[in-house]
Design a protein around this ligand. Structure first.
Ligand code: ARG
Length: 567
């Protein structure tokens, strides 16, 4: 497919001799101002001439193929370029014909390794709504990077280690027989944890026992290890139910415990570098030289390691094991300082190329709907219940809209889960969110169900035909109305959109784009009769519908959403 932007840049480079001119080119949001535009203000400063004059001069001199770039115009210091519509259509159709279900995929990531760490819940504790957000953002990033050809590894850095397990073991010894852990194990473990914590506050002797349990666990004591494994298995069973419903997978579940025997190396290496100091018995690394006023604690006064030490061990391990170009941490913004510290200490532990690849993909808070759900379950909303309830609500809507639909349960699952996924990925990561069923499940809003509904529409058009028309039989000059052209141009952008989403680690760039495609399709569809008496016109419009069908499905897949065939 022709890279129009690059083509224009080449023409501009000849005239201006500016190597990086491509990075000056913008894509106007208003297509009337051109498909691409060069603002000449920066150049004006450098060349000490009025922007308008520069724009005019470039316009005079630039040589571009008229079959591709049909028009160049100067408006208020901008040089605007208009792509010849038939060139875009031809390019898009040929590319779709060649790549089909792989449209938009690329090889730019070949030979590059990306680690995406996401979800990472704590065992014996609830999987909360914040974990849902990291799970969905991370899952989408994982899919996006893969699609761009990166060698991608998804890691669930489970919170399965720490002194709290000494307490859990003591609680189990004392009250284990009071709880049936085969049903709702996580809330029961939580209950035990709250009880033992209270007791520890009052009873120093119990607290000492808990500490001893943790020491035993670290030393590999069988009883303690077995119990810890039990807590972990029970938790994983619950988490896996959620991952199954959401269709989320990981390549590795190496969590905090995995690094238990890899932490001495961290401390040792930092000591060798001479960057460890002592503060009230604890070992710390001062980071004031890089503007971080809170030092990173790497060992507590009692000699035990902490969360940060395990993350540092993980950086070393991942650099060695995955040789990553990027290592992304999809974790809530509450941990901004933690990751600043980790990345700053990492410069003493791994090569600079790895330090550069570390990135905290920070995300904002999520609040849940109030009302029935929160009153019934207390403060802790079980994500599994939220998912099921959304599926139920989708079922009610489907029953109203299309009572005779086949596979209603399956469709309701795709719609309900799709609504949650899309809702979560429809704002930029860092924005706070409120989850609200009415918004998420609104078939006319900017929602998952709306996208699915538009996709189903394209399906029903395509299903009326025996087969997708052959590209060689299509007369693209028949797609000459503004709505068709606008839609094709949007489809052309898909490649670029996926790359942008990866560059910024923002799946919402894709979700916003898909809504645009769906809206433009809906206008195209309302303005043009797709299947007409004129076979040639029908074929051209059907082919465009086929492009939309593919883009919606591929795009939704990159978000982690599934599309129903009918709904
Ligand atoms: N388990 C932590 C939590 O639930 C998140 C872990 C984030 N990842 C990391 N490498 N520290 O809050």
């Amino acid at each position: 497919m022709i890279d129009f932007k690059n083509l224009i840049a080449k023409g501009l480079k000849k005239v201006t001799n500016i190597e990086e001119i491509e990075s000056y080119i913008e894509i106007p949001s208003n297509k009337e101002m051109g498909d691409y535009s060069l603002p000449c203000f920066k150049l004006a400063k450098e060349l000490k001439k009025a922007p308008q004059m520069i724009a005019n001069e470039i316009k005079e001199k630039i040589e571009l193929d008229e079959n591709v770039i049909s028009r160049v115009e100067v408006v208020n210091g901008y040089l605007n370029f208009y792509i010849n519509p038939s060139s875009v259509i031809k390019n898009v159709f040929e590319e779709i014909n060649e790549k089909r279900e792989q449209y938009g995929s690329s090889k730019i990531g070949e030979e590059k390794n990306v680690v995406v760490e996401y979800s990472s819940p704590n065992i014996a504790k609830p999987f909360h709504i914040g974990h849902l957000r990291t799970t969905l953002i991370g899952n989408s990033l994982y899919r996006i990077y893969k699609y761009l050809g990166y060698n991608t590894t998804g890691i669930n850095h489970l919170g399965d280690y720490g002194t709290q397990f000494g307490k859990m073991i003591e609680a189990y010894k004392m009250w284990g027989n009071e709880y049936d852990l085969s049903i709702e194990p996580i809330s029961k473990m939580m209950d035990m944890y709250v009880r033992i914590n209270d007791l520890c506050k009052k009873d120093e002797e119990i607290l000492e026992k808990c500490r001893e349990n943790f020491r035993l666990l670290e030393a590999g004591d069988k009883y303690c290890t077995d119990l810890w494994n039990k807590f972990k298995d029970l938790s994983m069973q619950e988490f896996n139910k959620i991952y199954d419903v959401l269709d989320v997978k990981f390549d590795s579940y190496n969590g905090e415990a995995f690094y238990a025997d890899k932490m001495d190396e961290v401390v040792q290496k930092l000591e060798e570098k001479g960057v460890v100091t002592e503060s009230e018995g604890a070992k710390i690394v001062d980071l004031s030289d890089v503007g971080i006023s809170t030092p990173c604690i790497i060992q507590k006064a009692n000699g035990s390691s902490i969360y940060a030490t395990r993350d540092l061990a993980a950086v070393m391990y991942r650099a060695k094991t995955y040789d990553f170009d990027k290592c992304l941490y999809v974790v809530a913004y509450e941990q901004n300082l933690h990751f600043k510290q980790i990345f700053a200490v990492a410069r003493y532990l791994v090569d600079e190329k790895y330090v550069k690849g570390l990135e905290h993909v920070s995300y904002g808070m999520v609040s849940l709907p109030t009302g029935r759900m929160s009153t019934r379950l207390g403060n802790v909303v079980k994500i599994e219940d939220l998912l099921n309830e959304t599926i139920e609500k989708a079922k009610v809507i489907i029953n109203e809209k299309n009572p005779d639909l086949e596979n209603k349960d399956e469709v309701a699952k795709k719609v309900g889960i799709g609504a949650i996924i899309f809702n979560t990925l429809s704002t930029s990561n860092i924005k706070d969110q409120i989850f609200d069923w009415n918004t998420a499940l609104n078939f006319n809003g900017e929602t998952g169900p709306y996208l699915q509904y538009m996709y189903v529409r394209t399906n029903s058009i395509l299903n009326k035909l025996e087969k997708i028309p052959n590209i060689n039989d299509i007369d693209i000059s028949l797609l000459n109305d503004e709505h068709s052209i606008r839609l094709v141009k949007e489809i052309y952008d898909f490649n670029n959109i996926i790359k942008q989403a990866a560059d910024k680690n923002e799946p919402y760039i894709i979700s916003k784009y898909l809504i645009n495609v769906a809206k433009l399709f809906s206008i195209f569809y309302n303005e043009n009769k797709i299947i007409t008496d004129d076979k040639k016109t029908s074929d051209a419009r059907v082919y465009l519908t086929y492009c939309v069908n593919l883009v919606l499905k591929i795009g939704a897949g990159l978000l982690g959403m599934q599309m129903p065939n009918k709904m």
